[in-house]
Design a protein around this ligand. Structure first.
Ligand code: MN
Ligand code: MN
Length: 465
């Protein structure tokens, strides 16, 4: 028999619970099953280009057609827009007039990594290496001494595009950044952690045998170029018109004796990209509001550039789609709602001091709704209104989606941003909704399977509402 006080506590207090305490064993199994395909996606889509090609491969079977501004569309039609093979927009036309607004989910498919410099290849001490320039926010010391794979494209002098993906198959060679042995690292160990490995020390080892010839110089480099020429038909100058990205070479794995978590490279933000994408595929055949899902590039470098959400490509797409119905784009945007689908930092018991416990997101407490990100006095963020928080909360609770709230660290600890502000600046109601992540931006990010499933359920509920 519960006391009067504990009954009152149940009624009045907010106390988020572990998802396992709220879900049936069948629901937990459904979440685990859902994550099998998610892990396959992580392995197939390690870069923004691979994410786009994986998504395009799957949507063509689902009846999506390339968006054509000259066509007319009706409820239930499914279209997509491929932005330069690095970002993609999917839309499902709803039954309500488009001037009443669309339902947007926006996730990013780029992740921190090591990009090759434009002129990357050199030989030193009879070893061949690639110079790199890191992309996004990384802790540089995390990148040496582990296997790396190489992904991307090379545009040859004649315009031919060569796709590169090496280091992922079991028989493939891998590459690595080397680190000093502890015996000789006395000086290095006195550096700050930030400088422990410097940007110009992130050089990738790619070969060590010379081309056998008496006259040639830089014979190890020559041997590598000769292998690359044979395999891809490229010459050294072709690196100038290439985008090659080094990422961790290992696949996604179950984490924990209970297999409750997933460890992988690139879960920020493919965990939200995949769940938003799946929800788009699985939403009602004819949703009431038109569904628009954006998988964007360049979030990790601040969303600038024509494949990032600080460019006009979303605005133009909405305007073009609106025009097919004889409506102004700004009318559609002004009535639209968006879940900015991005991850948040999960509370880490090893580093509790960076969070404020009552407002941190926790692994296994469900999808996290982040009212604002930013830094200092909420600078550089879109702070979702109480009204919009309320409407998202009602959708989640009506559909039994387990959710929690989260701040990005305690006040003045640091901060960060998402694409939310760029979409909000188009006069759209926006809030961040995503999955809590441990070791975010590291080569092995960890999420909970239950939270991942709840993110999918959250996007699906938003689209079907
Ligand atoms: Mn992110
Ligand atoms: Mn990030």
């Amino acid at each position: 028999m519960k006391s009067e006080g504990s009954k009152l506590q149940d009624q009045l207090f907010y106390s988020p619970k572990h998802a396992c305490e709220l879900l049936s064993p069948e629901q937990v199994k459904a979440a685990d099953d859902f994550c099998v395909d998610y892990m396959a996606f992580l392995n197939a889509a390690k870069t923004e280009r691979e994410a786009v090609s994986t998504v395009l491969g799957q949507i063509k079977q689902a009846g999506y057609q390339p968006f054509d501004p000259k066509k007319t569309y009706s409820a239930g039609d499914r279209v997509y827009l491929n932005n330069r093979d690095k970002a993609v927009i999917l839309a499902v036309i709803g039954s309500q007039p488009i001037e009443e607004g669309v339902r947007i989910a926006a996730a990013h498919i780029d992740s921190p990594r090591l990009d090759l410099k434009p002129n990357p290849l050199y030989e030193d001490s009879q070893m061949a290496l690639f110079k790199t320039h890191y992309y996004g926010g990384i802790k540089k010391y995390q990148w040496p001494a582990m296997p790396l794979s190489l992904h991307g494209v090379v545009i040859k002098g004649d315009g031919e595009k060569v796709t590169v993906n090496i280091g992922e198959e079991p028989g493939d060679p891998v590459f690595c950044v080397t680190d000093l042995l502890p015996h000789l690292a006395g000086d290095q160990m006195k550096r700050t952690l930030n400088e422990g490995v410097k940007g110009e020390e992130l050089n990738i080892l790619i070969g060590s045998r010379p081309f056998l010839d008496d006259d040639a110089s830089e014979k190890v480099k020559l041997n590598i170029m000769s292998i690359l020429h044979e395999k891809y038909g490229i010459v050294e100058k072709d690196f100038l018109s290439a985008e090659l990205e080094a990422v961790p070479a290992y696949p996604a794995r179950d984490v924990g004796f209970d297999r409750s978590m997933i460890g992988s490279y690139g879960q920020d933000d493919r965990v939200c990209a995949y769940t938003a994408f799946k929800a788009t595929l699985d939403c009602r055949k004819v949703p009431s509001k038109t569904v628009v899902t954006i998988l964007t590039d360049k979030e990790e470098t601040g969303s600038d550039g024509n494949t990032g959400l600080n460019s006009a490509y979303l605005k133009y797409f909405i305007a073009d789609l609106a025009a097919t119905f004889g409506v102004e784009g700004r009318t559609v945007l002004s009535h639209s709602a968006c879940l900015s689908a991005d991850v948040n930092a999960a509370f880490d018991p090893t580093f509790p001091e960076v969070n404020e416990k009552r407002n941190a997101a926790y692994v296994n407490k469900g999808v996290v709704v982040t009212k604002y990100t930013g830094a200092r006095g909420k600078s550089g963020t879109s702070d979702a209104s109480a009204e919009f928080m309320g409407s998202v909360r009602r959708i989640l609770e009506k559909n039994d989606v387990i959710w929690q709230t989260g701040e990005l660290g305690k006040v003045d600890q640091g901060g960060g941003g998402t694409v939310a502000q760029y979409i909000a600046n188009l006069n759209v109601d926006v809030v961040d909704v995503g999955v809590p992540v441990l070791s975010m931006h590291s080569p092995f990010e960890v999420v909970s399977k239950l939270d991942t499933y709840m993110a999918y359920r959250a996007f699906l509920s938003f689209f079907n509402d």
